[in-house]
Design a protein around this ligand. Structure first.
Ligand code: UN1
Length: 504
């Protein structure tokens, strides 16, 4: 007996509004998109903050180390309140932040607004989690003893953020480390230092001391100065798998350095598996959203569409039609669905690859010639294994699988070593249960798009080559930024309690 999947698809536009928990705060106001566009187009980009040299990073770490103990000992409520204030402040600062996301990161309005909302969600979520997670706990004791467990900041924490979520991930990492009681050196991606500088300035205005959150703009050299300093007691990193491994080596190199954690969120070869019971219109919407929006520049994005053989022709015909409606262009134009890729280097890599696959193109979309635009492109593969690596752009690969080979198909995806997101479209509940058991990914999405994880609802992050596990926006994230300590007191023996009392 095959039982139909209980959930009913819900009517969404292809360009669904950004999902956000927003924790009870309604960010919508009376501004129309055109009003926002006017403000964004008139916005003047500030100069980029100066890069931090290796010496300057070392000085920052010195100041951070001096400031950390007092911050760690402040009541968690004080630290959490600063985050709540920052959330309010970012909400008030929506237009400049959206403008920076559009101009500096070249995001569309939808993506820019979603980005600010996500940053706000992180602040509120971690503020509230911290008050729970960092409250001292009394643990069960043998008779005559008391046991107390506390979580405390590790000291100086380094946060290294990517350009694709220059506000949300930058803020999320930094405020997690800060609210846990650390002093933080935050390095934005070299492509997006202005957004980060604004976020840090707002944080300082909300009661996070200047030495507790310091901005270290720069590239690989700045990053190396941060990760290589033995006073740094942990690193949170989002970016490539290769860089995560380089950081892991750096942290391990010095035999006398404390053993410190790396919290890494890296790449993926994310697949969507579609069986012949899937609803075609919904599949097409979710494929377009997951693979092409945000110009495919999300680590959660769909890279590999795996269609059951008998629905290939119909799905591709519909997908081509949907792709033809996409407008690729200037993100400051409200009509645009898909903007450019981040810079000329990214464009060069992606375009070289895309051209090398020309004989396998199934479809592509018109895009402006100049300005780092990659035309959204669909590429046919004979086998899913022909996809060699993650291509961080609007390029989707499609392959087929035969009825009766679902388990092997999921296993083939697992075998690639990555484990970030996976999508499944099937109307058979047993199929989604099976795939949920087989898939070794951090986030599995059934009958919906695979991007846009919501803070607090879909804690985000992968496993194996995709990262170290603890999920951003989830209940197990903050403790990674802390040390756990227990204090056990023997309250019966004269040597225990009595001597403690006499010291007091
Ligand atoms: C990333 O692209 O680096 O679910 C991770 C999403 C986002 C992904 C962020 N939270 O689409």
């Amino acid at each position: 007996g095959l039982t139909p999947h209980p959930s009913i698809p819900h009517p969404r536009d292809v360009f669904e509004p950004a999902r956000s928990n927003s924790f009870g705060i309604d960010l919508d106001d009376s501004r129309t998109l055109d009003d926002v566009a006017d403000a964004v187009q008139a916005f003047e980009m500030p100069p980029a903050p100066a890069e931090a040299s290796a010496d300057q990073v070392a000085d920052m770490i010195t100041r951070a180390e001096a400031a950390a103990p007092a911050w760690a000992q402040a009541p968690v409520g004080v630290r959490a309140e600063a985050l709540e204030k920052l959330a309010d402040r970012m909400q008030d600062d929506m237009l400049p932040l959206v403008s920076l996301c559009v101009h500096e990161a070249r995001k569309t309005y939808d993506d820019a607004v979603a980005e600010v909302r996500e940053a706000i969600d992180f602040c509120r979520y971690y503020a509230r989690r911290a008050c729970q997670d960092f409250a001292p706990q009394d643990l069960p004791s043998v008779t005559g003893e008391t046991n107390r467990l506390t979580l405390e900041g590790r000291g100086v924490f380094g946060c290294i953020a990517p350009w694709n979520f220059p506000l949300a991930i930058f803020t999320g990492q930094a405020v997690a480390a800060v609210v846990a009681g650390n002093a933080v050196i935050a390095k934005p991606a070299p492509q997006t230092p202005r957004i980060a500088a604004r976020a840090v300035a707002l944080a300082h205005a909300c009661g996070i001391p200047a030495d507790i959150l310091q901005l270290a703009p720069g590239g690989a050299e700045t990053g190396a100065a941060l990760t290589g300093d033995p006073r740094v007691m942990g690193i949170a990193f989002t970016g490539s798998t290769r860089t995560a491994k380089a950081i892991q080596r750096t942290l391990a190199e010095d035999a006398t350095r404390p053993i410190v954690p790396l919290i890494a969120e890296t790449g993926g070869l994310n697949a969507m598996i579609v069986d012949s019971t899937a609803l075609p219109e919904q599949v097409v919407q979710d494929v377009v959203t997951s693979a092409f929006l945000s110009a495919g520049q999300r680590c959660s994005a769909l890279r590999l569409l795996l269609l059951q053989e008998d629905i290939y022709d119909r799905t591709i015909t519909m997908l081509k039609g949907a792709m033809d409606t996409l407008i690729v262009g200037d993100p400051a134009d409200p009509a645009t669905d898909i903007g450019p890729v981040i810079d000329g280097d990214a464009w060069q890599r992606l375009e070289t690859y895309r051209q090398s696959m020309k004989s396998r193109w199934v479809h592509h979309v018109a895009a402006p010639e100049a300005g780092n635009f990659i035309p959204p492109t669909l590429i046919r593969l004979d086998s899913p294994d022909d996809l060699e690596q993650e291509w961080f752009g609007p390029i989707l690969h499609v392959a087929t699988w035969k009825a009766g080979t679902l388990a092997r198909t999921v296993e083939g995806v697992n075998a690639r070593g990555y484990g970030l997101t996976m999508g499944l479209h099937s109307r058979i509940a047993d199929v989604s249960e099976d795939v949920a058991r087989w898939a070794r990914v951090g986030n599995l999405y059934v009958n919906r798009s695979m991007t846009g994880a919501v803070v607090g609802s879909q804690p985000f992050g992968g496993e194996r080559l995709s990262g170290t596990g603890p999920k951003a926006g989830g209940p197990h994230y903050l403790p990674m930024f802390a040390v756990e300590r227990t204090v056990t007191v023997d309250t019966t023996s004269a040597g225990g309690n009595a001597s403690l009392l006499s010291i007091e």
